[in-house]
Design a protein around this ligand. Structure first.
Ligand SMILES: Cc1cc2nc3c(=O)[nH]c(=O)nc-3n(C[C@H](O)[C@H](O)[C@H](O)COP(=O)(O)O)c2cc1C
Length: 546
């Protein structure tokens, strides 16, 4: 939808215009019919269309119809006739889409509880370069439950038993109040975690009581002083809430690493302002870097302080890998201080966002495979892996995506846009305009009415449960009993027509303690990235040593 139409729609919901036209036409033709006995067919047609519009705006299954009564049927008609025509009409201004139709329809099916089985065999080209599969066993196992878990913060006062699949960080503000309610309600129903995003904890996060991961970004929303700096007292008040299970310090997100964020003043409603602790209607800025610490050493001490103030809840950080020496500097600071985070969430550059410049979404930060592998390998090589759990996020929507991340070293996965699809997102990519057609990423009360919370809570719960059910089937087929047993020896990738290799032979994996031994000069460096950047990394600064 062109931007001028979106702007106009903010003042008058033009998407109701056709419905309104039908109402006027119904009255006119009814009058002509009663007065002159003509146009009866027109009166009937328009009355039926008006009735359809009423039904559309009251039903809860299709968010698009609630927001686009009567005309919304065009989308389904086009989808029914030929998906390509639909693609052209509805999403004409978006040449490329982050997620394919197959990926989205799998999420829709699992969220709706429709059969996610495929007839006739794979639609993938198994001969294509990069095609991947997991090897099955002749002796599959029987695993009773899909509820796979990982314990985070073992040995801390309040360790958390997390699902291996959770809702990734998305702020209230980027998402609508109804979206937050549905996500958190689904998390409560399914016993999995919901990350607040840097927008902090809102009243909508508290209604259903689903487990929260409280994310602390550079704006310190929900724990900030009037001048925008970290406020320990306000932090403690929120962090000690029993609904908060973990504390996540946000260093960067894949879609816009090193780039702050602004929520424009007009979007800073009273509710958003209250959640963040900022003034209403004023641009709400997330600086591109933190003010609470300047060096890796200070960052780890800050993490230890957050953990203490929270009463011993698992505390960690989220990042997208940028300069390798900065990541290695954090590791050197861990070795020097003995302070370790309880978890690290690695976000891939392919990750999503509410809004970011193209250059950042397309060309800044390491993709998930490389970022996750570097983090996992470093911790293994430094004998720190046992204390630190790893989360991974970046285009994870299916059970195979989760299995693949486990093979690369992850202990659990987070998804953002996967859960947005389960909420009814149609990838219209209007998140930054406030004109989301399905009420997911808008603060417009009329538009978010399209998202019917009780209905979407079920969809969030079902998407999670059916994805883990599929994961249970994969684990069984591979002859395993838990996804954390999936290794790079289980997954194969096609390199060319006649070349297929196990991930373990294709990607570099480091042995326990190998980095420490290499740093002492006892063994060769396991990989050039360590040979080049370990000497440059310093615990006392994020800058490379001269
Ligand atoms: C609408 C939206 C808002 C987001 N907000 C945040 C945020 O506040 N903090 C954060 O760390 N990541 C944020 N992200 C990134 C996601 O948490 C996630 O790491 C990334 O999108 C990768 O996951 P996905 O591919 O499953 O979407 C956001 C993503 C989206 C799509």
């Amino acid at each position: 939808m062109p931007s001028w139409l979106i702007a106009l729609d903010r003042y008058f919901p033009i998407r109701y215009l056709f419905w309104l036209f039908c109402a006027v036409a119904a009255m006119l033709s009814a009058f002509v019919w009663v007065a002159f006995g003509q146009w009866g067919w027109a009166a009937l047609t328009f009355v039926l269309l008006v009735g359809l519009g009423v039904r559309d705006s009251l039903q809860s299954r299709h968010a698009v119809l609630r927001n686009y009564p009567v005309i919304g049927h065009l989308r389904f008609l086009l989808e029914f006739i030929r998906p390509e025509i639909r693609q052209y009409f509805i999403e004409s201004d978006n040449e490329s889409h982050p997620f394919s139709r197959q990926q989205r329809s799998l999420v829709y099916q699992r969220a709706k509880g429709d059969s996610d089985k495929r007839p006739f065999g794979t639609q993938l080209d198994v001969g294509a370069q990069g095609y991947e599969w997991i090897n099955h066993s002749l002796v599959p196992t029987q695993v009773a439950s899909h509820d796979f878990r990982v314990t985070i913060g073992e040995g801390r006062a309040q360790p958390y038993s997390a699902s291996v699949f959770n809702i990734s960080a998305m702020s209230f503000g980027a998402l609508s109040a109804n979206a937050i309610l549905a996500l958190n309600g689904g998390a409560k129903r399914g016993g999995f975690a919901h990350d607040t995003g840097e927008g902090s904890i809102s009243v909508h996060h508290r209604v259903h009581g689903g487990d929260l991961v409280w994310e602390i970004g550079s704006g310190y929303f929900g724990c900030r002083s009037d001048d925008g700096r970290f406020d320990a007292e306000r932090f403690t008040a929120n962090a000690r809430d029993p609904q908060v299970k973990m504390i996540e310090l946000k260093l960067s997100q894949g879609a816009k690493p090193g780039h702050g964020g602004v929520l424009p003043g007009p979007k800073v409603t009273a509710e958003i302002a209250a959640a963040r602790g900022v003034p209403i209607g004023v641009d709400c800025i997330s600086p591109s870097r933190h003010s609470a610490f300047d060096t890796p050493l200070e960052m780890l001490r800050f993490i230890a302080r957050l953990r203490e103030l929270s009463g011993g809840k698992p505390t960690g950080f989220k990042l997208c890998i940028g300069h390798p020496w900065e990541w290695l500097a954090i590791c050197k600071a861990m070795l020097e201080t003995g302070i370790t985070p309880d978890f690290i969430v690695v976000d891939g550059a392919e990750g999503g966002t509410g809004a970011a410049p193209l250059e950042f979404t397309d060309h800044v930060g390491a993709p998930l495979q490389e970022g996750l592998l570097l983090v996992h390998n470093t911790l293994v090589g430094l004998n720190l892996r046992a204390q630190i759990r790893l989360g991974a996020a970046g285009k994870v929507v299916s059970a195979f995506d989760i299995a693949r991340m486990m093979a690369l070293g992850a202990d659990w996965c987070n998804a953002a846009r996967g859960f947005m699809f389960a909420l009814g997102c149609i990838q219209a990519q209007h998140c930054h305009t406030g004109a989301c057609p399905t009420g997911v990423t808008t603060q417009d009360p009329l538009r978010q009415r399209a998202l019917v919370v009780p209905d979407k809570i079920e969809r969030i719960y079902r998407f999670h449960r059916n994805t883990l059910e599929a994961l249970r089937e994969l684990v069984q087929a591979a002859g395993l009993t838990h996804p954390n047993q999936i290794r790079a020896t289980h997954i194969v990738r096609r390199g060319g027509e006649r070349e297929v290799r196990l991930l373990v032979n294709l990607l570099p994996f480091v042995q326990p303690g190998e980095l420490l031994a290499a740093a002492r000069g006892e063994v060769p460096w396991p990989h050039a990235v360590f040979e080049v950047y370990w000497p440059l990394a310093q615990a006392s600064s994020f800058a490379p040593a001269a």
